[in-house]
Design a protein around this ligand. Structure first.
Ligand code: A3P
Length: 287
């Protein structure tokens, strides 16, 4: 139980000094041995960076069509959540997803050289999204704190998957050190800014095609995966206690301005200066 500044606690799981959500320790410990197929695609992102969105886009790109694609729940394809035998049952090509670090991926991910998509999001919007995630899943995390009490947990890496700053630096290094691996980097903000171009870039990376010209198909995928469309397709698995969807909240760039006080913004900028000055990633805070 991790206490916040106001005395509320977040329920977490600690294994080998790394923080996880309160998932099954057996499943997490079995991750290194999970079987990976050559045609798997793994979406990697810190929580709330846009995993659902990119995961859905990739599913339609692989299908090469936007209708008649079965509704699947992203969490059924999550490496550290689903037991290995359930992952094995998924038909190929699988779109797996995880919030783990590169070095925590199943061993076979590196051996098979399956495709990896790494997704970034600016840490201010991400922290706000994380806060709502914890409140909406209050039973799971057993968390009842306020935004003011929550932000220090995010800044100090006291949440599942540890520090966002460490996560991003670790992935930057992994992308750089594994230039022989098929790893594609994209971001929430770029997808918002130039969705069709980014989807075309994703399709090129995946080597997918459809009966339509690339840009036309990308525009259809964008429409099918817009915030509004995805929210309208949400299932029972995505309802919080208040009847509001958990995973589809605002879907914007810059909502952080409605949440960060001047002091909190200065604190975040201080952390960015201290921990990210050697990072090459340019985060976009406004569109
Ligand atoms: P907000 O809380 O800022 O709205 P993840 O999928 O990694 O859990 O990320 C969730 C965040 O992505 C939430 O951000 C959610 O609203 C947003 N999101 C989900 N689907 C989206 C879509 N199709 N387009 C834009 N944002 C989306």
């Amino acid at each position: 139980e991790q206490p916040d500044a106001g005395g509320n606690t977040v329920r977490l799981l600690k294994i080998n000094n790394f923080l996880y959500p309160p998932f099954s320790a057996d499943v997490i410990e079995g991750v290194p041995d999970v079987e990976i197929r050559e045609d798997d695609v793994i979406i990697c992102a810190y929580p709330k960076a846009g995993t659902h969105w990119v995961w859905e886009i990739v599913r339609y790109l692989l299908a090469g069509k936007t209708s008649g694609v079965p509704l699947v729940e992203k969490d059924n394809c999550m490496i550290e959540w689903m037991p290995a035998d359930r992952l094995r049952e998924l038909p190929s090509p699988r779109v797996l997803n995880t919030h783990l670090l590169f070095r925590q991926l199943p061993r076979q991910a590196k051996q098979t050289r399956c495709k990896i998509i790494y997704v970034n999001r600016n840490p201010k919007d991400l922290a706000v999204s994380c806060y709502h995630h914890h409140r909406k899943l209050s039973e799971f995390y057993n968390y009842e704190g306020t935004w003011d009490d929550f932000l220090p947990l995010f800044l100090n890496g006291q949440l599942d998957y540890g520090s966002w700053f460490d996560y991003v630096k670790d992935w930057e290094r992994a992308v750089q050190d594994n230039s022989d691996m098929p790893i594609h980097v994209t971001s929430y903000e770029e997808l918002k800014q130039n969705p069709v171009e980014e989807i075309v870039r994703l399709a090129q990376f995946l080597g997918t095609s459809s009966a339509l010209p690339a840009r036309e198909f990308a525009a259809r995928v964008e429409e099918r995966c817009s915030f509004r469309s995805m929210k309208s397709r949400k299932g029972w698995f995505d309802m919080s206690n208040d009847g509001e969807p958990i995973m589809y909240r605002k879907g914007q760039v810059g909502d952080w301005k409605n949440w960060f006080s001047v002091v909190q913004n200065e604190a975040m900028d201080g952390y960015l200066k201290q921990y990210m000055s050697d990072s090459k990633t340019k985060f976009i805070y406004d569109l």
